[in-house]
Design a protein around this ligand. Sequence first.
Ligand SMILES: Cc1cc2nc3c(=O)[nH]c(=O)nc-3n(C[C@H](O)[C@H](O)[C@H](O)COP(=O)(O)OP(=O)(O)OC[C@H]3O[C@@H](n4cnc5c(N)ncnc54)[C@H](O)[C@@H]3O)c2cc1C
Length: 382
Amino acid sequence: MKLVVVGAGAAGTASAWAASSRADVIVLCDRDGDTALAGGALLTGGADDVPLSFSETAAVTEFFEKLNYWRLQPDRVVSDTGMLLACAGLTDWQLPASRFDALQEGATVGVVAWGTNESESRLLARALREQLAAQGLHFEAIAIAGAGRWADTPSADIAGYLDTAPGFAELEAGLKTQCEKLAAALFPPVLGVAENLGTFLEKSLSLPCGEWAGALRSTAGHRFASRRDALFQAVGVEMRGDRAESLARTADGWKIEFRGGGSLLADRIVLACGGLASGGIRLGSSAETLSGAPAASLSWKAPGDVVLDGTHVSSTGAASGLDLSHLGLDALQRIGLQADRAGGLRAPGLFGAGALLAGRPRTLLEAVVSGLAAGSAAITHV
Ligand SMILES: Cc1cc2nc3c(=O)[nH]c(=O)nc-3n(C[C@H](O)[C@H](O)[C@H](O)COP(=O)(O)OP(=O)(O)OC[C@H]3O[C@@H](n4cnc5c(N)ncnc54)[C@H](O)[C@@H]3O)c2cc1C
């Protein structure tokens, strides 16, 4: 069986992996989406807990083991504004806030300025001090000799340098001069792309070391991409840097055409092309609807009506459009394609996953859970 997955973010990666043992899988990836922008922690969207069924938890754990990037372990993570955010899991690079619990009252945690400037680290240290006042911990901004030259450099570039032998030696030597007074060190997302340098530092300096979660300028997207590519190679999934332009039914399957020319035939399709933020769904012109409010549709030609809270808002339906002044901006987070629990869309052999789907939380974990469900359903359902 041949399966084509459109999109290589968290949802597309999980779908491709779930189907890879029983299908020839090709993944199409146009460019980076939300997964590349995310800070990496598996946020719960404010909830204390994410209810997963036993089988979902088992499937996610197995996928995470193979991907070797996330761990499913509820905790809290420090955000780049110094907030402690509930999460269902973190990447190996991030320092779980539960590790602060093991520190003695009065202990000092260094908030390292490296690529961030010292005033940012001072603000972050103050925010953490206030939030963890009950634990009596002291958070202090730490400047490391030489690190100032990286101010305003993208964190991924710094992480790439620290991955090299001279880079790591500089990091280790710089921290060593400070570490006597520290009980733990908290870094921006610079602790390597290929390697998790936090574990090396922790071993050599006997000091808990890890990162806070930073979005947008972060290295998390690069790390995810390198682990995804390694996983695809290990399980024989092919990835193509093509943009799907149209999807149409054939007598016994589907035909995808590419923007740059060429096409592919497939038995099953998983759409994991992201939501409004990453351009999987687009807002169209108000001229497309009867009400004069803008319509929403997939950003390329494929079957599927876009819905919001169960109502069609695409130009192909009896569309009322999206009146955001009435609905509020939150509506943009709920809009998407209607799918059943396994991601089945209203066409045979067509499935959806991730931020493309209507009414599901916009989180990495949801993208993974729905991706695993769609990939498994695609190789079992007729
Ligand atoms: C700035 C930002 C920060 C976030 N931070 C967090 C966080 O820290 N933790 C968290 O849990 N959640 C976070 N989220 C939400 C989370 O990142 C998303 O819900 C999740 O990544 C969605 O994954 P996805 O695979 O569905 O979509 P995406 O990651 O957007 O992937 C879609 C992919 O499809 C490709 N594609 C689209 N159309 C086509 C086409 N026609 N042909 C070929 N390819 C195509 C895109 O190029 C893209 O690669 C954040 C979101 C944003 C926007």
